[in-house]
Design a protein around this ligand. Structure first.
Ligand code: PLP
Length: 385
């Protein structure tokens, strides 16, 4: 018999005679993160299904795959696929990241994307008595994990400049276990100044953890919170290769934090998730992070594509939330976002969703130049003020 709040996973085990304690063991065996992801949805699980023949600018993916030189590095590992780890691939990744980010290699851990560590920080650092504080709108995976765990979640509106309101976030729950900042923020693409992030680190309760999600950091040049994770023992920075590096389907992400915090995050599964990464993804990531010129060029290409679409919308008198420094922007249609998304889909352009706090505002991901031309043409067809 299904009990309220019980997941299919729990129901299956309790129906077959598992006790609560044995159920907890089974969850640990399969990985806390793996269980959490079923609740929160990983990036890929959240992305809308592809519609045949449609331009896909809805899921904040990159319009193209890994840099060719990085794909070549992955291919080398395909040919050595008989070995679990042919030649210290993990260590090479950590050394490459440490050099680029100027942080100690022992403060870097790799994951299959950043969805797992994002759920995991909630399990590790929040609880029913020590809640979670986030912005609103922001990336909701952490809300869902908090709800699932029974940890209270406070959602604080962005400032008028669409930054995180760090003072209001602290005031919303001065005793939280976890404060979450996403910068650049999904879905607005706007940044929160590093000085504000550092302020929250300095002023939150000493035993609370500040999590800074930098999934979109490579699309901006305004600086990173990596140095906080490198020097403090209460800050976790999350990174992913799913965005600028074009590796969403290959699955690779990173956490930067003090070794003790990483240990606390891994104690649920003994490092099982971090220990089972495909070497192809690890090698692809190692080569990707070192490509400063290619990163710059891809960012510049995205900015040009983004601004082309924004200029077009503005010319038509359509309001765009200002300040995006990422591969997405938000359009305020002044009418229900769902109706505009449906109208554009009928023109074979698949844009993103809206957030409950802003029902008239859609998130649009930035695709290739041709894809943004298709978006502009579809707008011409469907827009009626
Ligand atoms: C802000 C943010 N964090 C984390 C993720 C998780 O992505 P992944 O698991 O592919 O790293 C996403 C995906 O869209 C995101 O937007």
């Amino acid at each position: 018999m299904a009990k309220q709040g019980e997941t299919a996973f729990e129901r299956d085990l309790t129906d077959r005679g598992y006790s609560r304690r044995q159920l907890a063991k089974a969850t640990a065996l399969l990985g806390a993160g793996a269980a959490a992801i079923r609740i929160t949805g990983a990036g890929a699980q959240q992305a809308a299904k592809a519609v045949e023949g449609a331009v896909r600018i809805g899921a904040n993916e990159c319009w193209t795959g890994p840099f060719p030189v990085a794909a070549e590095a992955a291919m080398q590992l395909v040919t050595q696929g008989n070995r679990y780890e042919p030649d210290d691939e993990h260590a090479k990744l950590f050394a490459a990241v440490a050099a680029v980010e100027n942080i100690p290699a022992d403060r870097i851990v790799a994951w299959p994307g950043s969805s797992d560590p994002l759920s995991r920080v909630a399990v590790a650092f929040a609880s029913p008595t020590r809640g979670i504080v986030t912005a609103n709108p922001t990336y909701e995976a952490i809300w869902r994990t908090g709800d699932w765990l029974g940890a209270p979640v406070k959602k604080v509106p962005l400032t008028k400049d669409y930054a995180h309101d760090v003072k209001a976030m602290l005031a919303a729950d001065p005793h939280a276990g976890l404060y979450y900042i996403c910068s650049p923020n999904n879905p607005t693409g706007t940044i929160t100044p590093i000085a504000d992030i550092a302020w929250l680190a300095d002023n939150k309760p000493k035993d609370a953890i500040l999590v800074v999600d930098e999934a979109y950091i490579h699309w901006t040049e305004t600086g990173t919170a990596a140095s906080l994770a490198a020097t403090r023992d209460d800050v976790v920075v999350l990174r992913t290769f799913s965005k600028l590096f074009g590796m969403a389907g290959m699955r690779l992400g990173l956490t930067f934090a003090a070794p003790d915090l990483m240990k606390r995050m891994m104690r649920y599964d003994g490092g099982q998730v971090t220990g089972m990464l495909p070497m192809t993804a690890v090698a692809c990531g190692t080569t990707s992070v070192a490509q400063a010129d290619l990163i710059k060029a891809r960012r510049a290409e995205m900015v040009a594509n983004r601004e082309k679409a924004i200029t077009h919308l503005k010319k038509k008198g359509i309001k765009v939330i200002p300040g995006s420094q990422a591969n997405m922007f938000m359009v305020d249609w002044g009418k229900p976002a769902k109706s505009m998304a449906d109208a554009l889909l009928a023109q074979k352009v698949q844009i993103g969703r809206n957030w409950p706090i802003w029902p008239n505002v859609s998130r649009v991901s930035v695709g290739s130049s041709e894809e943004m031309d298709a978006f502009n043409a579809a707008i011409d067809k469907v827009w009626k003020a």
